[in-house]
Design a protein around this ligand. Structure first.
Ligand code: ASP
Length: 439
């Protein structure tokens, strides 16, 4: 059994957290490959080391002195080393990093040092081999992650290494410069390593016990999601349920490896298992609810629209030409609604209106703002009759007006549009009927 274990920034924020991580790893021999993030926040208005490093980079690029900005970084690592009683010094590394900063080594190089230094400390503490991700994770000349060469290099490098620490977040380009994934990208590194070593499980350790059925800022103490499929997760993540980097599921999903989201501060909780497919019946009809505010609807009306060949294409062409992607597009016989993110759309609205008039000669175009979308997601909905009925009657009882409905034929999710002022009320009503009342 091989497990790849990734620990997020809050799991490695200070020496005390390192001790918890040590106990978790040493509790099972199968936890062989460890992917650490950089030290995260220790308290709510603390700074993440990655952000401190970006700050250093900004100072260097402005030509300012960065010594003062570097010292809290050095202090944080030295404090961890001292409190763990380790016998290493990173002074040479700090000097090297400072010299590279002065030589303008780049923004990604700067950010990556958080994971790099944390990896050295963690490897020493665990007695594992340290493998620099620059030697095994590759990006091509355009900065796009290169899965093929990475898989080859990782397999070869790890073949005879039983236990190793491989820092998250970064790799290298063909010219040896350092490149990072987007923020939170250590999740991706963990997934890549898991796929390369054909792990049985990818454990992603963070500071929550997995995904919750609904947002705890709206629902008090929501129930956890014990098992979720990759597809369901995509739907919920799109609506803002974030625990894992969106791109982290692809490498393991391709290799059929499940992900277990676990809590470093509560390691006995089972967390959430993310799987390709499962025979396990979901506990409730729905797996999760997630939603977002900040959408706008462009309602286009034209008599006999349905018989006009190419109408939809010409409408969407206007959005495409203005660089606005659409989220949903429910339509009627003579109406079509295009749902977009308000913040992006607002900057282009007049160009889009003019474009629509030119392209499809509509009878009217109306813009509505303040729309919230709520996705009710669940593989259990497919086998259950009346899910939609229950959702809408619960919303009616709560006096929520439904402005839009969108259900794909996969029956995995139903998306409901409501006014922003009804967003929380609607989420509560749906949670209540399926989870609290278990209908
Ligand atoms: N340290 C990086 C960040 O803060 C990457 C990560 O934690 O996954 O985004």
């Amino acid at each position: 059994m091989i497990k790849v274990v990734k620990f997020g920034g809050s799991s490695l924020a200070d020496a005390n957290q390192f001790k918890k991580v040590y106990d978790i790893i040493k509790a099972e021999d199968s936890r062989r490959y460890v992917v650490p993030s950089a030290p995260g926040k220790r308290f709510s208005d603390d700074k993440k080391v990655t952000d401190l490093l970006y700050d250093c980079y900004d100072r260097v690029s402005r030509g300012d002195d960065f010594a003062e900005a570097f010292s809290p970084i050095r202090n944080r690592y030295n404090e961890i080393i001292d409190e763990l009683g380790l016998d290493i010094s990173l002074e040479d590394e700090y000097a090297k990093i400072k010299a590279c900063f002065e030589a303008r080594a780049g923004r990604d190089y700067a950010a990556s040092r958080g994971e790099y230094l944390n990896g050295i400390i963690l490897a020493d503490y665990l007695g594992f081999e340290f493998i620099d991700s620059a030697d095994v994770i590759f990006f091509n000349n355009s900065g796009v992650y290169d899965s093929e060469s990475t898989a080859l290099a990782l397999k070869k490098r790890l073949q005879n290494v039983e236990y190793a620490v491989i820092p998250g977040f970064y790799g290298s380009m063909p010219n040896d410069t350092i490149k990072t994934f987007s923020r939170g990208g250590s999740d991706i590194t963990g997934s890549i390593v898991a796929s390369a070593v054909s792990a049985d499980l990818y454990e992603n350790w963070t500071d929550v016990s997995g995904f919750l059925i609904a947002d705890p800022r709206i629902i008090e103490d929501p129930k956890p999601i014990t098992t979720i499929t990759y597809k369901e997760l995509r739907e919920l993540a799109y609506m803002g349920a974030t625990v894992l980097h969106e791109e982290a599921i692809f490498p393991v999903r391709k290799a059929g490896i499940p992900i277990n989201i676990k809590n470093t501060n509560s390691p006995d909780d089972s967390g959430t298992m993310i799987v390709e497919s499962t025979s396990q019946k979901p506990e409730y009809t729905i797996t999760g609810i997630a939603g977002k505010t900040g959408f706008a609807v462009v309602n286009i009306e034209k008599d006999m629209m349905n018989s006009e060949l190419g109408f939809g294409r010409r409408v969407l062409e206007v959005f495409e030409k203005n660089g606005i992607s659409f989220e949903h597009m429910p339509s009627g016989i003579d109406t079509m609604s295009v749902i977009v993110h308000l913040a992006e759309f607002a900057q282009k609205e007049q160009e889009i209106l003019a474009g629509l008039h030119r392209n499809v000669d509509p009878d009217s175009v109306e813009i509505e703002t303040d729309l919230a979308l709520i996705a009710v997601v669940g593989r259990g909905m497919k086998a259950t009759r009346g899910t939609a009925g229950r959702i809408f009657s619960s919303l009616a009882h709560s006096h929520v007006n439904v402005k839009m409905i969108d259900q794909g034929s996969s029956e995995l999710n139903i998306i409901i549009g409501v006014e922003e002022k009804d967003f929380e009320k609607a989420t509560k009503a749906i949670y209540d009927i399926f989870v609290t009342q278990r209908l």
